[in-house]
Structure formats: C-alpha cells, structure tokens
Design a binder for this molecule. Sequence first.
Ligand code: GLY
Length: 561
Amino acid sequence: MRMSPRGAMVLLLIAIGFVMPVAAAEMKPGAHAVASAHPLATEAGLEVLAAGGNAFDAAVAVSSTLAVVEPTGSGLGGGGFWLLHRASDGFETFVDGRETAPAAAHERMYQDASGTAIAKRSRDGALAAAIPGEPAALEHLAKRYGRLGLARALQPAIRAARDGFACDVKLAEAFAAQWGRLDAEARRVFAVDGRAPRAGEAIVQPDLARTLERIAADGAPGFYEGPTGAALVAGSVAGGGVWTLDDLRHYRVVERRPTVSWFHGLRIVSAPPPSAGGITLGTTLGQLEALGWKPDQGARSKHLLIEALRRAYRDRAAYLGDPDFVRIPTTALLSTSYARTLAAGIDPNRATPSASLPPADPSPQGPQTTHFSVLDAEGNRVAGTLSVNLPFGAGAMAPGTGVLLNDEMDDFAASTTASNAYGLIGSVPNRVQPNKRPLSSMSPTFVEGPRGLLVLGTPGGSRIITMVLIGLLAWDSGADALGVVSQPRFHHQYLPDVVMFEPGAIDPEEQKQLADMGHVLKPLKDTYGNLHAVSWDPAHGKVEAASDPRGVGAARVVPVR
Ligand code: GLY
C-alpha cells in the first residue's frame, strides 16, 4: 500500500505519542458511522446525516427514535448524557441531561417510619420519577451544536411513533416480563388485542407522536409547558407523584467538562459527575498502570483488575454524587499518587475482603438504559447514554402524552444502609435532596491513542463502567470494533463482595485459581449489556462500527465522497 505524505506524518506522530487530537483535527474520517440499540435508530441517524446534518443532529435523531422504538431503555420521560467532540476546534463537552429530583423530594420519601428503604416506592409508579431531562437536552444539542434544527432531526422519531414499527424479539420479551408492572395507560397504549405485543406486531404511538410534534414546533417548552406539561403533572399527581409545573419549567441542561484519564498512552475522555463513570474508570486504570498490569496473564490479570475495581467502586460510594450539591475531590481521585497508594494495598495473591477496606456506603443503579455512538465524515462525534432506569422506567405513563415516566429516583440512596436495584449501597453524597441529580453509572466514552479513536458505551446500571473498561482494554490489546463489543464480561463493584461473570467469561481453571485467592464467584445465567462502538483509524483511513451481538442493534458505516 502506498502512503501519502500526510499518512506518513500521522504514523510518525502516532509513533511518538498521544497524537489523536492533533491528527484528528487535520484529517477527516470520510465516512459516517452510527451504532445503536435499534436498526431504526441507526437509520434515523444516517438519514439526518445524509440530509446534511452533523453528528450532533444525528444524536438528536438517534436519541428521539430510541425513545420511540426502545421504550425499555430510554425516552422523553427520562434523561441522559451526551459526550461531544467538535472536529473544527477539538472542543469537548459533556451535555448533562440527567433527571433532577422534584422540589418536594426529601431524604425520607422512600423510607418507612423506621427509616428502612421501601424499594418499590423508588422503582414503581409516579413517585419514583424524577424530572425528565431528555427533551431539554435534545433542544440544547440541536440549537447549540446541530445544523438542521430540532424539527428536522425529530422527523424519523415522529414517523416511527405515528406510523408504527415492528416489535422486536427483545422488546417482546421485555413486554412479556414487565406487562404486569405497567400501569393502565401504558398497557392501553402498547396493547395489541388487549395483551402484550409479540415479536413482529406493529406498535403505534399516536400520543407520543403528538408530544414529539409539540417539541418539534415549540422546542423544550412544547414538553415542559403547555398541554404536555399540564398532562405530565396531572399524570404524576394522579399516580401518587409530587411533580409541579414549576419543576418542569425549571429543568435545565448543564454542560460539564468531561473527565480525562490516561492509560498505556491512551487518552480516555468520559463522563464526569453526576456520573461515576469517568472517575471510576480513571481510578481503576490508574491502579492498573501502577501495577504494570498486562491483559494476557489469565487469573492474575483478572485478580488485579477485580482488586482495582473493588477500590474504585468503594470510592464511588464514598465520594460521588451531584457535583452541584457535594464537593468531589476529582483531581485527587484521578491523581497518579492516589492510584499508586491504592495499588500498593493490593495483594497480588489474595483477594482483599471489601469489608476490610475503609467503610463506604455503596449506592444504587439499573440494568436497562441505552447507548449509541456516532462519528460523522468531518470527525464530529457523540457518545450518548440515555435512561429511564429500570425497563419501562416506573412503568407509569402520563395519560394522553405517550410518555413513560422514569424511575431514576432509585439511583439515589433511598437510605444510607439499603442497596438499590443494582445492589449498590447508598451513600451520603448521593442522598435524596430537592432538585438534585441522582448519581449515575452511565459512561459515554471516547478513547484516543496510537490506534486512533474509539467511541463506546453501554447500558447496564452499575456494570456499565466495567463493560466500558473491558471494551477499552480489548481495544488497547488490538481488538477491532466487533471485538470490543463482543468481549466476555465480568464485574466487581466493592459490595456485594462477589465477582459476577457471563457464561464462559472466566474459564474453569481461572475460576479455581480466583477462588483459591479468596474471591467469591457468582456465575450468571445470562449475558448482559448492549455495547455500541465506532472506531476510526486515521493512519489507515479505516472507520468501523459495531453493535453488541447480545442485542438487536445495528451498526453501519457509510462512506462519503
Ligand atoms: N439508571 C442507570 C444509571 O444512571 O446508571
């Protein structure tokens, strides 16, 4: 293969170090790439790109279409994080559209008289719902970063809601499993012949189409005010919730600086608080660097990774929450000296019981959620992870809106002793307070390094962070985009003090060695997660996209001449 002088220069720069920001600013991928949890959402992004939009317009199209076709994972009634990189000037930002607690929220709202958390209250029904952030974030993305305008980017979602789409296998399974949990309005909207939809049957959502049309016409006020706002508040109150019109009107998106950490010459750009993602990734990777960690040493590699995770997740519980409410020592937690201190406490031959570490109260998160990755031909990129928390959120729909309410309040610590739906224990920095954002694990991430760029993320509650970590470590070891999304997965989160793993993720001999070191192993019956990745290798002009084989998503690369 003949190489252009520019290609040769990029290879030289790669050889001498952290080149991606420099090279990416000068070179263009020359292709659009979208990977998401649903083929229609991927097509929505590509449609908007083909119409002259950029990655940010595509992010609006993908997010809003996922809200229609994957109601288990995200929706207008939920929130999310969008990590952005603008190619023209290298600007990076994190759009925080996380839900906020309503003004009437208080620390004891999910406890009984004795202070014991009542899990159902923070998971099922309108009281579990925080004020949605996604509609405001969609407007923000379109207005500040997009090219085509909100109304155009919402068209694919409006079409999918109005004309309907075929229920896929995973969605049908979720309906079957959750039908009894959905309230009467949600069942009215989704039912086919009075029962849960089956795979292949059409799901039509005219109320949701109207809500999307109001947002297209009026922007965020089309959701937070007017007839939709009034219907949302009425739905909340009728279902035992505490939302007010003021809560909706006062919702604001916040832009934050992404966290940046380094590992093996990779620059890892990820989610800052109120997500735990970037800091937990950075603290884990810092320890691995300090330990001289290598991926190919079987049980030893896994042991060290588990021990680093144990300590990073302990810190998650001890320190992390909404940065607008609690002071978070981000710089210290991501420092090399701190990583070395933590690493020094790791016994290379024995598991450290979590109970023997300085105590911290772990806190919550859920298995659903969704993720997409987008790269446009100019090099703009978005990693978006969005959520309504548990599948179908709170299972409650505000009548007449088509909007499922989230149950993101369960991501707060309902009490500082109880664990949440993900087994994470509750921490003081993450206690319920009015207008506060619950701590998240959602970790939309960019990785830049000698091999170019990787954009990735996944749903999966507290396991999101370890899935992203395993994906980026695989990429560092030479995996392509498909290899990244397909990696077998295991997880440790400090408490409960167990190593969970997918079938086949830890072989029998390694299981024995880990058990001999003192690890408690918990084999899972099923796989988990739904990771979507896009990669770009500027030196070789190669763009790839891959969707997790565990899901029904789609990934496509479209060359642009
Ligand atoms: N609700 C899942 C998360 O925010 O991590």
